[in-house]
Design a protein. Structure first.
Length: 340
């Protein structure tokens, strides 16, 4: 099923005959707040909205595996061009659940896991074969080598893990692609997003059972490993690892993480070989309130036209002040390159 748009994106977004352009709630289908929060964030990202409302996705779609991507496109249209306070994501949920059966059950799920599956699904639906045939390096994700798409263009970044043998000092690199960067949270009451980034990118020492096999020494050796970003994505998503294991029990970290609204500078963590823009602005947040078993997900999104922030709590949409966006419930942070 393909969808065609009569007007240009600019005309569509400036046509305010829609009662709620980009401000449409999503009905909770019973424990689907995790899905609604993620979908609201994705449907607030201007480059992704542009891709769907302009109709460009029609020519890229692989129809044999693109049913849920088509349902996503319908949802984008309903949320930006419709005339309702809220709409039901029933069609998308049903179709997506067929491809990912774990999400077909109307039970609570992790928003980060759902987000990764949605991005993977959209990538598969729109990917174009890679022009270059090359064997991926050991440990690297094969997504880029298997094709490119609007998802790889917007969301995919590249890490390089520099591994140095402490015996012979040989240095090797292990590349790895990512769409969501999971950051540890320091064990303090309050920290900053920069503190979380420092934890992720700080050098680590591999010893005992974590030793590496050194190709020069020909045996297992202690080593140091340090990550750096070799390709910065246009939209970078941070997952704050609030759910942690402690004494064989999983618990939620309630640490307040302070994050900047603009001028997030990633240059300290980016390789000198990377020439991407390194400053980002916050554009959406997925929040998780409550505990492991009885939590609730909501979203904060910055509207691309009004530039105001809104809270999306399933079917309820509310304009909020900027100060309310800084919350201790933040779970997923969406940042867009300021040079985009």
């Amino acid at each position: 099923m393909a969808w065609k748009w009569k007007y240009s994106l600019k005309e569509e977004l400036e046509d305010m005959s829609s009662l709620h352009p980009g401000l449409t709630g999503l009905q909770n289908l019973e424990n689907t707040c995790y899905m609604n929060a993620v979908l609201q964030c994705l449907c607030s990202l201007t480059p992704l909205v542009q891709y769907f409302l302009s109709g460009k996705w029609n020519t890229a779609l692989h129809e044999e595996i693109g049913e849920s991507a088509t349902a996503f496109g319908c949802l984008v249209s309903d949320m930006w061009l419709g005339k309702f306070d809220y709409v039901s994501p029933e069609a998308f949920h049903s179709i997506f659940g067929k491809r990912y059966p774990a999400f077909s059950r109307r039970t609570q799920h992790d928003a980060q896991e759902f987000l990764i599956c949605v991005l993977d699904d959209l990538h598969e639906a729109f990917k174009e074969p890679s022009q270059e045939r090359q064997t991926p390096a050991a440990g690297a994700s094969t997504r880029s080598s298997s094709g490119t798409s609007i998802i790889t263009h917007l969301f995919e970044g590249q890490l390089s893990y520099g591994i140095r043998c402490l015996t012979c000092k040989a240095l090797s690199d292990r590349p790895e692609s990512f769409t969501v960067l999971s950051l540890p949270i320091p064990s303090t009451r309050v920290c900053s997003l920069q503190d979380c980034l420092e934890c992720f990118f700080q050098p680590d020492t591999l010893t005992r059972n974590n030793q590496i096999h050194c190709y020069r020494c020909g045996s297992n050796q202690d080593a140091t490993v340090k990550a750096s970003i070799t390709k910065a994505p246009e939209i970078i998503i941070f997952h704050l690892k609030r759910f942690a294991w402690q004494d064989k029990h999983r618990r939620k970290l309630s640490t307040t993480v302070c994050y900047p609204f603009s001028d997030l500078d990633l240059s300290p963590y980016i390789s000198t070989s990377c020439h991407n823009n390194t400053e980002y602005s916050l554009c959406a947040v997925v929040n998780h309130a409550g505990d492991l078993d009885y939590g609730h997900y909501t979203a904060f999104c910055k509207h691309s036209i009004t530039k105001h922030w809104y809270s999306f709590d399933d079917a309820q949409v509310t304009k909020i002040p900027d100060s309310a966006v800084q919350a201790d419930t933040a779970y997923l942070l969406f940042y867009i390159s300021q040079g985009y």
